[in-house]
Design a protein around this ligand. Sequence first.
Ligand code: URP
Ligand code: ZN
Ligand code: ZN
Length: 466
Amino acid sequence: MFDLLISGGTLHTSAASFPGDLAIKDGTIAAIGEPGSFASLPAARTINAAGMDVFPGFIDVHVHLELPFCGTVSCDDFEHGSRAALNGGITSLIDFAIPANGQSLADAHAAWTAKAQGRSLVDFAWHLAITSDRHLDEIPEMVARGLPTFKEFMIYETEGWNSDDARLFTTLERVRDHNGMLLVHAESSKVLDEIIRRYHTPELMKQHGARLHRETRPNFIEAEAIIRAINWCEATGGRLYIVHMSTAEGAEAVLAAQARGVPVLAETCAQYLVLDDSVFDREDGHLFACCPQVKKPADRERLWAGLGDEICIVSTDTCSFTRQQKDMWRVGGPDGYGDWTKIPMGLPGLDTLVPILYTHGVQTGRITHNQLAQLCAFNPANVMGMTRKGDLAPGLDADVTIINPAESRVVGPQALRSRADWSPYTGMTLSGFAHTVILRGQPVLEAGTITARPGSGRFIPRTLPG
Ligand code: URP
Ligand code: ZN
Ligand code: ZN
């Protein structure tokens, strides 16, 4: 007897789309067959997915929930963030455990586990941020714990997070030797700081406001750092993954490196595919400050073209702040002028990742249903070593997201579950929000309503392919 049967829908695996039924037993996908093929077998429950798209549960590999950052803490904790994830059909996420001053990687692992346990409604895992040379010796132990991915920032000196070239080089050697991977936030800190210094005057800030966020981060800030990180990757042979790539130049550099056999991969994020830096001309332009910031329409088009080629994953880089938090940029109180360097940087995104790709990608014909399954489920699982997740196939965890293609929502507070009281996509009409979500065989969202309880998500130990 099956526990659950999903019948009558169109199944979208990483490889194909076809009308089919999916049977679940003990939290695992037990069988996939033609429509009606399990009709004679008993099932405790059947979900009728007629007219619906049935995908593997989506995976967001780049999330910052409850992160102390920019003088505040990102407002989505693991409960609210994972509610937003389910709303957007995401069943697993990977957050970044970043050691506070003096902490070891083991301490950071414990701290992030404490934030998620008993709260998360989706499955979760951690990348560990290396912010001190001391952390390098912990790499083998962390890989053994099922934490094979590490993160380094080439900026954020004021947070105490930044790595120099020597540490990047050494970490790449270590991950090469211990079957790990290094994720890098690539922006050129010294030149960025110099440009910021030149604009950081009361006169210019009064005149230009949040537009200075755009003016101080030209494309070469990202491109130079990506090229430098690729050089260390090529020299060491250590696996490298460029996070939140936002520029055409970065995409070209990754493409060229991959063509020479350098082991570098790259992700982009939904915001870089649908926004451009004209947002900083808006009255509320400061809300859009994120790092790296959204770029030009030509970058956006180049990133779309790279999907499934040099860009293997689309993530969110969720780091949500409320409007009140974003208002920290006012110098001298609410009527003061804005200092763009004080805006908490980051955007909410878990609710909207899949709807954006479904609406602007699948429904416009830019990507297929299968490419959506690859970019947001199959590749995330395979690249990050989630061996039980990422596709609709017998033997894998029964994580399933069902979308009603006929349903759309206008983005606004009613449509979203994030604690942020705004969205970069407010007013957009999007399809692709989750209709039904199954996590390890259990329905956790039904007809758009979350039914799971906080704490139902589990830690996912990971092993990278050898
Ligand atoms: O603006 C962003 N992306 N905030 C989160 C931290 C980071 O750099 O990913
Ligand atoms: Zn970053
Ligand atoms: Zn990030």
